[in-house]
Design a protein. Structure first.
Length: 255
């Protein structure tokens, strides 16, 4: 069965608001464009921008540890580096993450908003030209099968916003949970080709409603109770470059 790309998202700042795209260019060995290019260090992480390496998400402000982050709505302009943010009971923020001063100002704004929810001190890190603050060292691009989300939703009897899963690509038309068996197989993503790396093992971040900032559902337990695993989604690696647009075909994986 051929699926299709239902949505494309980037998350400029790790843990913060997803931003929808209509089209993206994918390249082998490169991060998803504009995705997780900044992260907020929650206490010293050891990250060195001169020699960037993978750092575990527990060192950053993330939804798994701080659900309140979802209440901070951000909008990032990649062309200018300007960030706008707003949150309940906080003055709006408008600054440039491209500058050290702008990053420090956003850290101050976020510190005031989060209060005791964060360990701190908070510091905004930049990934540079090639690095990305992904949850997995080799998780280049993440994909969610919307039929899998709908199947879980039906079993729970509750609506699930797919944005809980913070993926780059959302696909319609694949049979529910079929993607868990595709490790090592090839996919077509619009004009690009990719190979499935592994299923995504989920953490408490998916418990958080992306609109209210409340941890309202224990979805990792629900996944295990209903399916015997805590996976939802897959990581893929691009093998042939190309453009991907909303509506593009995305056939099932092939051996």
């Amino acid at each position: 069965m051929t699926g299709s790309i239902a949505a494309i998202c980037r998350h400029p700042i790790k843990g913060f608001t997803p931003e929808r795209l209509s089209r993206v260019e994918l390249e082998p060995g490169r991060r998803f464009p504009g995705d997780r290019i900044y992260a907020v260090e929650n206490g010293p992480s050891g990250f060195d921008p001169a020699t960037p390496v993978f750092i575990r998400k527990q060192k950053f402000t993330v939804l798994a540890a701080i659900p309140k982050l979802a209440q901070a709505q951000t909008e990032f302009d990649p062309d200018t580096g300007r960030l706008r943010a707003q949150a309940p009971d906080a003055a709006p923020f408008d600054g440039e993450l491209a500058t050290e001063a702008g990053r420090a100002a956003f850290a101050d704004w976020l510190t005031a908003f989060l209060g005791e929810s964060a360990n701190g001190p908070l510091r905004v890190l930049t990934a540079g030209d090639t690095h990305a603050f992904t949850d997995h060292a080799d998780g280049q691009i993440s994909i969610i099968n919307l039929e899998s989300v709908r199947d879980l939703q039906t079993r729970l009897g509750k609506h699930l916003d797919p944005l809980r899963f913070r993926a780059n690509l959302y696909v319609n038309g694949w049979p529910a949970w079929s993607e868990r068996d595709w490790t090592g197989q090839s996919l077509v993503l619009g004009d690009a080709d990719a190979k499935v790396f592994k299923p995504i093992n989920r953490c408490a971040a998916i418990h958080v409603d992306p609109h209210t900032g409340e941890a309202d559902l224990d979805l990792t337990k629900a996944l295990f109770d209903h399916y015997g695993h805590t996976d939802c989604g897959i990581y893929v690696h691009v093998t042939v470059p190309g453009a991907v647009s909303v509506g593009d075909p995305c056939p099932q994986a092939l051996p």
